[in-house]
Ligand binder design. Structure first.
Ligand SMILES: CC(C)(COP(=O)(O)OP(=O)(O)OC[C@H]1O[C@@H](n2cnc3c(N)ncnc32)[C@H](O)[C@@H]1OP(=O)(O)O)[C@@H](O)C(=O)NCCC(=O)NCCS
Length: 167
């Protein structure tokens, strides 16, 4: 499977994006470009070819999680010398209102996991971490097997689990 998303560029119509969560709208409209330029995150979009409307977007960044926050069952299999565990942060993910409920959220999540998995072959990453914006978002990630990290609102999916989708 090849990637269905492409890097955010100036032809994408950012200003029209609305997903029902203001923070995620403002981010793509006003901040995403700057973050990409500053190498703080990479931003990928699925767009409607004829109109260049953004159907959905997500961001990826390098990240780490203190090993004490990894659930015991998983942590006990990791070497003790790692105080922090390298991960990939799927920081934001959103689908435009008009395109929600059509399976694009699932597709873009798989696209983000595929990209993260490919990157993990070059730069080690133990898991993909998400930071759900609210309970609805948490329910969405829960559906796809993300596990809650204790003591933080974040959730994660081990790269080993993700690899089984693509190998
Ligand atoms: C959450 C969101 C990404 C889902 O996108 P979508 O395109 O509407 O979802 P899809 O149509 O691809 O749905 C895929 C599956 O997830 C389910 N689903 C969608 N939203 C869900 C939610 N909030 N909780 C639980 N399941 C959900 C669907 O019912 C569908 O299940 P099915 O395959 O068994 O029928 C989208 O509603 C959105 O952008 N919301 C606002 C931003 C947000 O909350 N982002 C989350 C990360 S911070």
């Amino acid at each position: 499977m090849s990637q269905i998303s492409e890097p955010l560029n100036s032809t994408h119509k950012k200003s029209d994006f609305s997903c029902g969560k203001e923070m995620l709208d403002t981010y793509i409209q006003k901040q995403a470009n700057q973050d990409v330029k500053r190498k703080l995150s990479a931003c990928f979009v699925i767009n409607e070819t004829e109109t260049n409307l953004i159907k959905g977007y997500y961001t990826l960044s390098n990240n780490s999680v203190a090993s004490e926050f990894i659930p015991g069952q998983i942590r006990k299999k990791l070497p003790r010398s790692y105080e922090t565990i390298p991960t990939t942060l799927l920081g934001r993910l959103a689908i435009e209102d008009r395109f929600q409920g059509q399976g694009i959220g699932k597709l873009i999540l798989i696209d983000a996991l595929k990209r993260s998995y490919e990157i993990s072959k070059t730069i080690g990453s133990f898991a993909v971490v998400v930071d759900p914006i609210d309970q609805e978002a948490e329910n969405f990630y829960n559906k796809y097997g993300f596990i809650k990290l204790p003591d933080s609102g974040k959730m994660f999916l081990p790269m080993k689990t993700i690899s089984q989708l693509f190998e």
